[in-house]
Design a protein around this ligand. Structure first.
Ligand SMILES: [Zn+2]
Ligand SMILES: [Zn+2]
Length: 260
């Protein structure tokens, strides 16, 4: 894990592919711990992947709003998109020259976000509704999706570079989904591990053990677990994941950057 990234202020160099954790607190923010959000960068391409509360503040440590290529939102649960409303404020009232930024999300996410800001997102964003069958290109990254096991339409995501490096993110899911659904050869996989073993299977989320077993079945290169619920000991989840995965596993932390 390389913390902070090597490119503050200058944008990633050509060909550099990385994921930075903006927030990773499961389901709601913890003390000093934003909800879910990541910055996915490849060269000059910068994508804000999920926009949970607190992640817009963290995003701006790493990239200028003007340099964002797109926003990708995995599902309608508020811990994955609340700060889109804050970005809309910037584009609507302070930087109208940046209005029309590409945003990709599910139909329900669009409707909830539009409602939150008073009716429309069209004054700030160019919204595209996505489903599990969508194929999206943002700058130099190609995105594909897989429907997970979660109470609302939720899309796990995969991003591929032109030179065939790949990143996957489970979004939120229960054990009824497998990362095999994202296709083979994931170099880096960020997988939710919300629950401890005592709570396995009571809600549509994964334990560390389930995250590790799924990643092993999918043959991913490196596994990072995330979305641990506030109050639980992520190190225990990491250890469970590592045991099931059969190789070292990292626990996501705000500010950490993972080169791919
Ligand atoms: Zn969540
Ligand atoms: Zn969710």
């Amino acid at each position: 894990v390389v913390s902070g990234g090597a490119s503050d202020g200058g944008g990633a160099g050509a060909g550099e592919f990385s994921v930075t954790v903006l927030g990773c607190s499961g389901s709601y923010p913890g003390a000093g711990a934003p909800s879910t959000g990541y910055l996915v960068r490849h060269g000059a391409t910068a994508v804000w992947l999920d926009a949970g509360a607190g992640t817009f503040a963290e995003l701006q440590r790493h990239v200028e709003v003007a340099d964002l290529t797109a926003v990708v939102l995995t599902h309608a649960h508020v811990d994955h998109w609340a700060d889109l409303a804050q970005l809309r404020t910037v584009l609507r009232y302070f930087r109208p020259d940046l209005a029309g930024l590409a945003v990709y999300g599910t139909a329900a996410t669009h409707d909830l976000a539009a409602h939150l800001v008073g009716g429309t997102l069209d004054d700030a964003f160019a919204w595209t509704t996505i489903t599990a069958d969508s194929a999206v290109v943002t700058g130099s990254l190609r995105w594909s999706f897989s429907l997970t096991d979660h109470p609302v339409e939720t899309l796990a995501v995969r991003a591929d570079t032109p030179d065939d490096r790949s990143f996957g993110f489970s979004a939120d899911t229960g054990p009824g989904w497998s990362p095999v659904g994202l296709g083979p050869g994931l170099d880096l996989f960020l997988c939710e591990a919300s629950l401890d073993d005592a709570d396995a299977d009571i809600v549509a989320h994964l334990t560390g053990r389930q995250a590790g077993a799924g990643a092993r079945a999918a043959g991913v290169g490196r596994l990072v677990i995330t979305h641990v619920l506030p109050g639980l000991d992520g190190e225990v989840h990491r250890g469970d994941a590592e045991h099931a995965f059969g190789a070292p596993v990292a626990l996501a932390a705000p500010g950490a950057t993972y080169p791919i």
